[in-house]
Design a protein around this ligand. Sequence first.
Ligand code: SF4
Length: 755
Amino acid sequence: MAFDLDMIKKVYSNYETRIAAARKVVGKPLTLTEKILYAHLWDGDAAQAYQRGTDYVDFAPDRVAMQDATAQMALLQFMQAGRASVAVPSTVHCDHLIQAKEGAKTDLAVSNTQNKEVFDFLASVSNKYGIGFWKPGAGIIHQVVLENYAFPGGMMIGTDSHTPNAGGLGMIAIGVGGADACDVMAGLAWELKFPKLIGVKLTGKLSGWTSAKDVILKVAGILTVKGGTGYIVEYFGEGARSLSATGKGTICNMGAEIGATTSIFGYDEKIADYLKGTKRAEIAELADQVKSHLTGDDEVYANPEKYFDQVIGIDLSTLEPHVNGPFTPDMAWPISKLKEAVKEHGWPQDLEVGLIGSCTNSSYEDITRAASIAQQAVDKNLKAKAEFTITPGSELVRYTIERDGYLNTFDQMGGVVLANACGPCIGQWARHSDDPNRKNSIITSFNRNFKARNDGNPNTHAFVASPEIVTALTIAGDLGFNPLTDTLTNANGEQVKLDEPKGLEMPPKGFAVEDAGYQAPAEDGSKVSVIVDPQSTRLQLLEPFKAWEGTDLNGLKLLIKAKGKCTTDHISMAGPWLKFRGHLDNISNNMLIGAINFFNDKADNVKNQLDGSYGPVPAVQRAYKAAGIGTVVVGDENYGEGSSREHAAMEPRHLGVRAILVKSFARIHETNLKKQGMLALTFANPEDYDRIQEDDTIDIVGLTEFAPGKALKVVLTHADGSSVSFAVNHTYNAQQIEWFKAGGALNIIRNSQKA
Ligand code: SF4
């Protein structure tokens, strides 16, 4: 139903020639990461990519995966491309919008009602454009991708930060913004800064209470939440080969917490076993034929220091189980040190809730290991002291573990099974609490534990550990409990010890499912209508942006001169605004409301030059728009840093801002602006920022000769009638200039579809 064997054959058929070309250019043995990247160059030109060093390079990903929250704008934009179907295999997964409250059945029913318009839209747009649709309850994007789509040596982008999960099956899988997903689905190249490399050599073998989760908890402690930024982390060594494929997935998933671009393991027998176990033996056969390309060269792994920018070694045989937190996933505590740390820092020692599962740790292996601990609670007459929830990552896993009796075990321990969805991991958790102001502790097997992430309560201290450690600590209800050494008192007053967890990598009877929740798209989508209620406040079909009028831009007004940091969060705030992410006009009411006005040091308060009044940025901009007057936003250094958010580029475009003029841009935001047909300009002399006055009228001159590398001119006319002019730079290449002229990259694609 799901994977595309022809596409995979095509990818592998490129490997021989592309990797040979890369070897010639690079002139030394290759890491796995390099092989996959070179095999996926957009133009196949290894020499040019090599020359660019760690600059941006164009790639051709094989797949796109989108979760329900981020898919909305990505697909609304994609509809603008005028294509009959997506250019690469793509899927949508309904997982983020389901709130956990009572348990799977009720919660799913409530979400289906509350989010009906969004789900209907996503289902219909998927049906029309050849996109696989995974309905609410089918599972969490990364687990579903691992079970169905990930393949060794592939490249995927996903509109979610934990997309790297698929690295567990040897795929370069990277989390991106919706604009990138839209481009790739529309048939455009995808730009990535050629990453640096961290090698993690795993020796030894896991045993006892230690699991794959502890590898990444340890790595997070070493590298911290920033240490992986700009890097791909490649795991290798006998220890890596000994880990189950889903264990590898857990490690790659949580690699997002160290800021890594992605993480990856090489193809091996464990990965082949998982492919076979999930009914994809054909992929394993194909991978076997090119397996020398699906791992790093021997010389690389023999002398990793020569080939990676940084190397870390971890001995799995001596690795201790870890518990990380609170409030950050890189505060790593070996379990033997946790009790002391809890006391020293005054963190609440009583555990109130333990939560297992999520996209990170809900494999059959994870569940069976956790269940082996839960079973002991039942057998040894121990009553769990904390609440306990289980979030299966997919219906395939849920159905199989129910069939095999494990859900029953959790039930006996007092556990509540939640929907196969993100739920408490992303704050979609209506937690029952008697006093939200009380400091409290919870422990999860999720990946992220920043303040207020799980239940929205800043007083909740969230710790992260493996599912088996979470289960043991939930039984104890005590963060200070070390199951490796400590005993618990059971209902008969006896001291009992928990035995080491035992698990199975894969179900002995095989995976089973009645309804996996997959909806294949229509063979011919041309007759399918996309469902959007015109009255909706959450969804709005987009209108193509207007093409450039063919002249210089004269008589623009200054909207805001932003002072200091202006990230994508300042430009398009998250929080409550996220519910409008599929409705461009509504979400535009958050445009630049976080930016500080240089002239009065206030946020969301700028001068309306039309009447001299001061008001919120979006309202003032709407007044200019109504009067048919374009505007300019002026900014400081590194404008638009932060997560890639297409809304931050679309909102100003929608509301009629014509140019963003700054001292410097964050590269991704600059590209996003160009894609939307905006002018993204930088002061040739940064001191010219100081010349901008509050009542300025602005002309942008030179657009009729707009060319790569050629500066434009800005003319300021001040309120007193005096004027100054200065040069402004841009980084548009020839193709990007065409985007500007057409009014946006998607307009070009749409026009080419008509031709
Ligand atoms: S379970 Fe959590 S980490 Fe995984 S996709 Fe959902 S929100 Fe993201």
